[in-house]
Each structure stands twice: as C-alpha cells, then as structure tokens.
Design a protein around this ligand. Structure first.
Ligand code: FAD
Ligand code: MLT
Ligand code: ZN
Length: 515
C-alpha cells in the first residue's frame, strides 16, 4: 500500500525500472524439498516439472534451458527462475498453488510468453506456472457460438476450431500462433478486431480461476445474461496474473463473415488518416471491421522483413498508410463499397494511392504489411514500446515529438552524428485511438530510459490519455499507473489485490507493486 502512495508524489512520479527492483525477502527460495512436494501432487512430475535443481522425480535441465521461460519476447526482461511447473489440470494447479501459499513461494503465471510489458516472466526466482499443458477445447455450442476451453489453448488453434463450425474468435493478434486465450484474457488483449467485436470484457462469458490459496472459483458460465451479484470474472480480465490463475475460459464467438476484403491506402498526412477514417465509417458503415495505420518509417522497416510474405505494393512511398478491412455478407456489394470509397477519396485528393485485394492471398499480403510491424522493429535492434490511447487527433504528434526530443537530447542517430536511437515510428489501431510508438535502439541503455520516462508519461497524462491501451502494465509500467488513474482508484485496486492475494505471492513486482 505504501508503495502505491509513494508513487503518487504530486510533482513527478518515481518510475522504477525493472533493473532496480530488489528481491522481496519474504519469499521462500525454491528447494528440492519444495519440488518434491510439487511432485507429490502431480500425475506426471517428470513431464510437468522442469528445474535446474537436482534430486527428485522431475526433469533436470541446464539453467540455460529455462531461458525461454525466463526471458520475454523482446529480450528485455530476464528472470532467474530455477523451476517451471506445467500442471495438466485445474485440480493439479490448485494443489501447487496451495503448496506455494503454505510455503510463501512467489509465482509468475505464464501463457504463450508473448506479452510486451515483462508481465509473464519472473523478475527474480519466482516459480513459473506455465499453462501450456492445459490446452483442451472443453465444448463448443454451434447454436449459440459459445466456446469453453482450457486457458492454455493457443488463440490461432481456437480460431481454426470454431472456424470448422462457421465461427471465429472475437480477437486477433499478430501473436495468435503463440499466445494463449488465458494470456489474452489476463491482459485483456485488444488487437485487430477490437473495432468490430469490442473488448473481452464483453465477449468473455465465464472464467474458471485458481486463487493464490488454492481455492477454485467456478465461474465458467455460458449465460449471456446473469445479474446475480457482482460480476467477479470482470476483475480477472486484465488483471495480468496478479489475483488468480485463469484455467478455463467461456467465450462468445461471432459468425465468420461470408465476405472479407482489405484495402491499403497511401495518404499524405496524419490529418488525412483521420479524414479517411471519418469517410470510411460513413461509407462502409456496418461492414467496416478494422481501421489500422502505419507510418512511413514503419512501412520502410516492414519492407526489410521478408517474413510473412511482405511485398511493397506501392509504386512510390507515402508519409502514412491506412489498412481498411470490411467484413460483410455479400462480396460484390462490399467490394463495390470499398472501390467506391477509394475512388471518392482519390478524386478529392484525400488519399494519394490505394490498393484493393482481389483475392484471399492478396488479403494476406496486405494484412502482412501491418501484422509484421512488431517483428520488423524487433529485427532492427532493441525496441522500447509504448502502447498508448488518446484522442485520435493528438496521436501522431507524440511520435514527432519523441523524435525531436531524442534529437535534442543528442540520442537520435543522424548522418554525421551517431546516436543510440536508430528509429522512432508509429503504427496502431487508429480506429480505437490506440498508438504503438516504437523506439529502436542499438541496445537497452539507461540514457534512453532516462530521456523517455517520465517524459513520455507526462505527455500522455497531459492529453488525458492512457499509458497502456492494451498491453497492460506488467513490470514495464508497474508504477506508471498514476499517470492514468487517480490515487483513490489505485488504492481500491490494491485492496482487491490484498483480498485475493494477502501474501502478495502472485506475480509480485508487477502492475502496481507488491502488497
Ligand atoms: P503471457 O505473455 O504469457 O502473459 C501475459 C500476462 O498475463 C502476464 O502478466 C502473465 O502473468 C499473465 N497470464 C498469462 N496467462 C495467464 C493465466 N492463464 N492466468 C492468469 N494470468 C496469466 N497485444 C494486444 O493487446 N494487441 C495486439 O494486437 C498484440 N499484438 C502482438 C503482436 C506480437 C507480434 C506480439 C509479440 C505481441 C502482441 N501483443 C498484442 C501482446 C501479447 O500477445 C498479448 O498481451 C497476449 O494477450 C499475451 O498472451 P500470452 O499467452 O502470450 O501471455
Ligand atoms: C500490434 O498492434 O501490432 C501489437 O499490439 C504489438 C505491438 O505493439 O508491437
Ligand atoms: Zn496492438
């Protein structure tokens, strides 16, 4: 609690970087004796426990073999856990949690480990609880479109599963081939279909959750309407593994549209991105399903990344690009709408050029321009990512401002003046007012961090934006919550955390500090 209050110093918030978070001495260390207790409640300890410790019926591995669990997707956060547990059922997990609770052992829940804020990896030696072995579809009701599944199911596999029945998952992310539905719920992931299908707060119907003390919350209902008391599942959506581990998800899936088309327009300015958005909403109305943007910097970087079938689809480069997706029920009608929109915008000089997909494979080629943005940045060096929501008209101003800011600080790499910051670019879900600003650096360096934080958070606060639109707070922004939420709200969040996790064992050091 104190930690939170300290973070609310009125003038300038103290934003702690992960490198400086000390290990909490209240937490016990993992020992062979503890692993033997784990082994005693698991049906298959050999396949369910990986550890660099020796001396029991688990799989002993080299410390390096645990790197995939200890390190995040960006290679920015690295923990030192000696133990990964992969329970095969909710009951097994509940028993593991009970043992950890009784022994004061700290835990980090991990899904597909695609998170971008360091939330899914240990900071020190927390036990990693991976949901990877809980990956069964429990049921699918083809009348209502309700899917019930284990939390460790991979999003893309679920999409394929419900696709057989003519349905689709209500969310889609570039990380769909690796991320778990449990991780998606825990982060309240947004993604590429948010504009059309909304937040997981709307589509998740029920959750099964194991609480830190090993109790199981059976809230895996499939009802669309249920007004009996507080809607507890909502607390776990976006809780980033800090108050319970999600083991089962019940989710409403929409019908797969009969006709999907995609267009990418090259536009002269961010103002034109906004005008095009207004016109697209008016013109395409109910068939509009995504409105994404990438800037010129991003488009250039994406072209250097040959994966995912990326191709340069324009004869010349433009300052900004927008991707528009339509999803409807009549292909001829929807194609005509998109074509009409492009002609109108070209005639009025709002867009410079445009490309319309003619078939399914071209739909993929155009989506690749946007979807490959995160990995295209990652290939250039170390990336600082800021995931922000704010009024759309201010969105691109921040990218320009940060470029100038690094230039003034002598950090921006320019001809004749080498610098650590190689590129600053932006892309994102502009239809949702969500910008992803990416800063590519030669290496993660304190001089860049100091120049960026709290400067960028103050800028966001001043435009009444959010320091995390969809990636969450994790470790990266653990103490930055105060830039977007007032102290009383944070205090109540902290009370809820204490209620579920009085010992502060679950995902410590993350989100808003430990209790
Ligand atoms: P992890 O990374 O393993 O964990 C994320 C957090 O959730 C951690 O705090 C972890 O402790 C917790 N957690 C995981 N599983 C559970 C569980 N079962 N119970 C309780 N807590 C749990 N995010 C978006 O929102 N929109 C995007 O468009 C998007 N695109 C991406 C594209 C790429 C290429 C990449 C690498 C990432 C992208 N992300 C995006 C971020 C990331 O994929 C999402 O946050 C995703 O929801 C994380 O799922 P995961 O299974 O990988 O979770
Ligand atoms: C995206 O929209 O591509 C993701 O949120 C990932 C990112 O920000 O890089
Ligand atoms: Zn995103």
């Amino acid at each position: 609690m104190l930690l939170i209050r300290r973070a609310f110093l009125p003038a300038r918030l103290a934003v702690r970087t992960y490198a400086t978070v000390p290990r909490d001495p209240r937490f016990a260390q993992v020992t062979p004796a503890l692993l033997n207790q784990f082994a005693g409640v698991l049906s298959s300890p050999k396949s369910s426990i990986l550890s660099s410790l020796t001396g029991g019926p688990w799989t002993t591995v080299e410390a390096d073999d645990l790197a995939t669990f200890n390190e995040d997707w960006m290679g920015k956060y690295k923990g030192k856990s000696t133990c990964v547990v992969r329970p095969k059922s909710t009951e097994e997990l509940a028993q593991i949690m009970r043992i950890c609770y009784d022994n004061d052992v700290a835990i980090v829940p991990q899904g597909g480990n695609t998170g971008l804020v360091g939330g899914g990896v240990p900071v020190h030696d927390e036990v990693v609880i991976s949901l990877a072995s809980m990956n069964r579809v429990r049921s699918f009701d083809a009348t209502s479109g309700t899917l019930v599944c284990d939390a460790g199911c991979i999003l893309e596999n679920l999409d394929a599963h419900v696709g057989q029945h003519g349905y689709m998952m209500p969310l889609d992310l570039g990380a769909k081939g690796t991320c778990h539905i449990g991780g998606n719920v825990a982060t309240n992931a947004g993604g590429l279909r948010f504009l059309r299908y909304g937040s997981l707060h709307g589509s998740v119907l029920g959750l099964e959750v194991v609480l830190p003390n090993g109790e199981i919350l059976h809230n895996l209902g499939t009802l669309r309407k249920d007004n009996t008391g507080f809607d507890l599942k909502q607390l776990f959506i976006g809780s980033e593994g800090t108050i319970g581990i999600i083991t089962g998800v019940s989710i409403a899936t929409p019908r797969r549209p009969l006709a999907t088309n995609v267009a990418v327009f090259g536009v002269p300015s961010f103002e034109a991105v906004q005008t095009t958005f207004q016109r697209t909403k008016k013109h395409c109305a109910e068939i509009l399903s995504a409105y994404e943007f990438i800037d010129g910097e991003t488009y250039g970087l994406v072209q250097t990344n040959p994966s995912r079938g990326v191709r340069d689809v324009f004869a010349e480069r433009h300052p900004m690009y927008v991707l528009i997706e339509t999803s409807g029920s009549c292909k001829a009608h929807d194609d005509e709408k998109l074509q009409g929109l492009l002609e109108e915008l070209l005639e009025e000089g709002i867009v410079n050029d445009g490309v319309l997909a003619q078939d399914e494979s071209q739909v993929h080629t155009l989506w690749a321009l946007r979807e490959s943005a995160p990995e295209s940045y990652a290939r250039q060096g170390k990336v600082y990512k800021y995931d922000i929501s704010m009024p759309i008209e201010r969105m691109y101003e921040l990218v320009e401002h940060m470029r100038e800011h690094y230039d003034k600080a002598g950090l921006l790499d320019k001809p004749g003046r080498p610098g650590l910051v190689k590129a600053v670019g932006g892309y994102g879900h502009v239809g949702d007012g969500n910008l992803h600003i990416n800063i590519v650096a030669e290496r993660y360096d304190p001089s860049i961090e100091e120049a960026t934080v709290p400067h960028i958070y103050e800028w966001i606060r001043d435009v009444r934006g959010s320091v995390s639109a969809e990636h969450g707070l994790g470790l990266a922004k653990a103490n930055a919550i105060g830039y977007s939420k007032e102290p009383l709200m944070v205090e109540y969040m902290q009370r809820i955390k204490s209620l579920f996790d009085p010992k502060g064992l679950l995902n410590p050091y993350k989100v808003s500090g430990s209790v």
